[in-house]
Write a protein that binds this ligand. Structure first.
Ligand code: GDP
Length: 365
């Protein structure tokens, strides 16, 4: 299963946030892919479309889709040289598909920061530098190998060499690999190196309770936004302390707590959606009388493989997919009416499933 790793320096609120995630988290039993690991939290993806489909279909049960956050143990400076937890830290990052980097944007007299002061840009640089140095080692080693082949004018080796040169240049300038502009072919080559700083990232600015509604007043957040913009990354502002309180509530209690705080939704929900997007995931639905359910696929997945997410038999015996776009189903109000209007399509093996498709799979057993 795809997962987002939560990283951050000590005392930035990482554990508080991760606790909120596991508190609010989903029952592993509903999700066969789920890893049973104390460092993994399963989150359900909030999706208003599920409620609408539930009202239309009136099923016995409604199941959101879910994915995982992984809590990555602390980093110390010098990690890339194997100091302290360093090596472990890097190998954990290697295993995740995207990174959520928590940075401290709140002051607090009694809560000490590892470096003695609050400076989120420095925090970002400390971690990024460790990842950059590890990547530099990776590409340098690869470069040595490829250089020999490139001398013989091997076409693939030359192409790889060119990509490596671009990467080395950026990494030496202490810039992450993701900041390098690459065309599609180059990108494919670069992906093969499995660089840590190539993984998609989002920054989670952890602010104080007071600043949550007035983040524009928080200078730290503004600086994080500048760094993120330079990398083409996104920033989510949350207050981890409040999230851990929200996570303990549900139903009406939760609604009224959010309302009292003046929040439209929990920060965690925003974070979940942003991480889902960051991982390049889409949602499709099945809507039967037994169950209305959301399913996760990678963007670009074709119908048989999308069916395979439900059951391998669905993929093996795939015949066709009966597909209606969520918007069409919602606006026509029922499957028969959508059909009448010609909005229900029969799609074959090559059909690329779109976000929001409501699908009924036909398959042989
Ligand atoms: P970690 O070392 O990054 O896992 O940090 P923790 O989650 O243990 O948090 C460190 C300290 O900061 C704890 O005392 C938290 O209560 C406090 N803290 C975390 N998030 C917030 C927040 O949003 N606002 C404030 N004021 N304190 C926070």
């Amino acid at each position: 299963a795809l997962t987002t790793g939560i990283v951050g320096l000590p005392n930035v609120g990482k554990s508080t946030l991760f606790n909120a995630i596991t508190q609010a988290g989903a029952e592993a039993a509903n999700y066969p892919f789920a890893t049973i690991d104390p460092n993994v939290g399963i989150v359900e993806v909030p999706d208003e479309r599920l409620q609408v489909l539930t009202e239309l279909v009136n099923p016995k049960k409604t199941t959101p889709t879910a994915f995982e956050f992984t809590d990555i143990a602390g980093i110390v400076e010098g990690a890339s040289h194997g100091e302290g937890l360093g090596n472990k830290f890097l190998s954990h990052i290697r295993e995740v598909d995207a990174i959520s980097h928590v940075v401290r944007c709140f002051e607090g007299g009694d809560i000490t920061h590892v470096s003695g002061s609050v400076d989120p840009v420095r925090d970002i640089e400390v971690i990024n530098l460790e990842l950059i140095l590890a990547d530099l080692e990776t590409v340098t080693k690869r470069m040595e190998k490829v250089e020999k082949q490139a001398k013989s004018k091997d076409k693939d080796a030359l192409a790889e060499h060119a990509v490596l040169e671009k990467l080395v240049k950026a990494l030496e300038a202490e810039k992450p690999a993701r900041s390098v502009t690459l065309d599609e072919d180059e990108h494919k080559i670069a992906k093969g190196f499995q660089l840590l700083t190539m993984k998609p990232i989002l920054y989670v600015a952890n602010v104080s309770e007071e600043d949550l509604l007035h983040e524009e007043d928080n200078e730290y957040v503004q600086r994080v936004r500048e760094v993120a913009a330079s990398e083409g990354a996104e920033v989510i502002t949350i207050c981890a302390n409040i999230e851990s309180e929200i996570a303990e509530l549900d139903g009406e209690d939760r609604e009224s707590f959010l309302e009292d705080l003046g929040l439209a939704e929990a920060g965690l929900d925003r974070l979940i959606r942003a991480a889902y997007e960051l991982l390049g995931l889409n949602t499709y639905f099945t809507a039967g009388e037994q169950e209305v359910r959301a399913w996760t696929i990678r963007k670009g997945t074709k119908a048989p493989q999308a069916a395979g997410v439900i059951h391998t038999d669905f993929e093996r015996g795939f015949i066709r997919a009966e597909v209606v776009a969520y918007d069409d189903l919602a606006s026509y109000g029922s499957m028969p009416k959508a059909k009448e209007a010609g909005k229900v399509r029969l799609e074959g093996k090559e059909y690329v499933v779109q976000d929001g498709d409501v699908i009924y799979f036909r398959f042989n057993v």
